[in-house]
Write a protein that binds this ligand. Structure first.
Ligand code: ARG
Length: 436
């Protein structure tokens, strides 16, 4: 069924029906009906339709709401809005034709998507909070484990493994903030904009927005039906979060290698090889990394979708749903899986190279007034001389130091002990930001 036809003598071809119809919007069913319930209540209260008509429509819509899980779409339904109006007709008869009073699918779909993403943002925030909690717990549990930091993938300085994990926790805290800002901005109702410039009927836009718990109507009707920056912003939130997960995923893959040996994924989160009996692969991490690419693609696609569109609504916009659903589903699944991977893995940490303590040694000289550039050179010279004898920095003696420069002191060697960096302040700061 279509919601139009009076203007046409003939009927639409199968090719056109197949090409223009959309099934990706079926998951909007519940929010579509909720939007309609708020709309008919307003139509009744303002007297645009009779009070009994409004309550008949509301009762029919409530029935559809109750059957959301088992709702039967039929082949001819052009989209979810059409399916609901068809079903409403089956339930309440001709009065269903009044549902669309003062409304267009243009403002309806813009509303549906905002309602859907408002909920989805809440779900992603809940998941991200649990994810941050996992990182914090693991950071606490490994706070004494000393690991090298890497720059250029070369061992650089030492830190605690917990501190390394907290870098990811902070990224996720910002991701939560981004989803929350995005949710705030999309929380406005487009209804009352109709096809593009509103309606001659005395619609009460504030009432509908209030009934839906939104902050107010979108003030400009062309903007309301024609803009999708809220979708692009949501997709960006997903892709930035995926990129953060992907960076960690890349590290997990490296850590799980035999060369690193930091990460031992447990059986529930490992995959095997059909060819090589000894393999235990970190596929979850690899797929998170791989899927991040497709979500970046969604961000490009949603921006490209809008860039050449004249105001206001254009059918191109129908394609936004596929993109945002893909991005959101991918993120939801990735968060669940990567969290399981960390929950079910063990960690072991080989000691960092002793040379990762080179900077603290140079800084001892700095505290005695030696210019940093000179201190840097002297420690470099010490390392070179030790290397010449096949020794590491850990094997340096007081005499070795004295031979390089007499401003070194005997207890300078104590800085060569590799100590973890404390993380308590960060743990407390993150917990207080999350309101725990
Ligand atoms: N399925 C359409 C979409 O998602 C609904 C709006 C259709 N509007 C129209 N004028 N054909 O954008």
């Amino acid at each position: 069924m279509t919601l139009w036809g009076g203007r046409f003598a003939g009927s639409m071809s199968d090719v056109t029906r197949r090409f223009t119809g959309d099934e990706s919007d079926r998951r909007l069913l519940r929010v579509d009906v909720e939007g309609s319930i708020a709309h008919v209540a307003m139509l009744g209260r303002t007297g645009i339709i009779a009070a009994e008509e409004a309550s008949t429509l509301a009762a029919g819509l409530e029935k559809i709401l109750a059957e959301v899980e088992v709702f039967e779409f039929i082949d001819g339904d052009e989209d979810v809005h059409t399916a609901v109006e068809r079903r409403l007709g089956e339930l309440v008869g001709e009065v269903a034709g009044k549902l669309h009073t003062g409304r267009s699918r243009n403002d309806q779909v813009a509303l549906d998507l905002r309602l859907y993403l408002r909920e989805a943002a809440g779900q992603r925030i809940t998941q991200l909070r649990a994810w941050v909690e996992t990182l914090l717990r693991l950071a606490e549990g490994t706070a004494d484990a000393v690991v090298p930091t890497y720059t250029h993938l070369q061992q650089a300085q030492v830190t605690s493994f917990g501190n390394h994990l907290l870098a990811y926790a902070w990224m996720s805290v910002r991701d939560i903030g981004r989803f929350s800002d995005c949710r705030h901005r999309l929380d406005q109702s487009p209804l009352g904009s109709a096809a593009s410039a509103g309606s001659t009927l005395p619609l009460d836009r504030d009432q509908v927005s209030e009934a839906l718990g939104m902050s107010g109507p979108v003030p400009n009707t062309l903007d309301a039906v024609g803009s999708r920056d809220f979708v692009a912003e949501y997709v960006f939130c997903c892709s930035q979060t995926m990129v953060h997960l992907s960076r960690l995923a890349e590290e997990l893959v490296i850590w799980a290698s035999q060369e690193f040996g930091w990460l031992q994924p447990g059986d529930p989160v490992s995959t095997g090889s059909s060819a090589l009996p000894h393999k235990r692969n970190p596929d979850i991490a690899e797929l998170v990394r791989g899927r991040a690419g497709a979500v970046i693609g969604d961000t490009t696609a949603i921006l490209a979708l809008q860039k050449g569109l004249p105001l206001s609504y254009n059918r191109d916009l129908q394609e936004d749903k596929r993109l945002v659903f893909h991005a959101d589903d991918t993120l939801g699944g990735s968060l669940e899986a990567i969290q399981a991977l960390l929950d079910d893995s063990d960690f072991t940490f080989p000691p960092p190279r002793p040379e990762t303590a080179a900077l603290p040694l140079a800084e001892r000289l700095v505290t005695r007034g030696v210019p940093f550039r000179e201190a840097h050179h002297l420690v470099g010279q010490l390392i070179r001389e030790l290397e010449g004898d096949g020794r590491s920095l850990a094997e340096a003696s007081v005499e070795d130091l004295a031979a390089v420069d007499d401003r070194f002191e005997g207890d300078d060697l104590t800085v060569l002990e590799l100590r973890p960096s404390p993380i308590d302040d960060q743990l407390a700061a993150i917990r207080s930001m999350l309101g725990d």
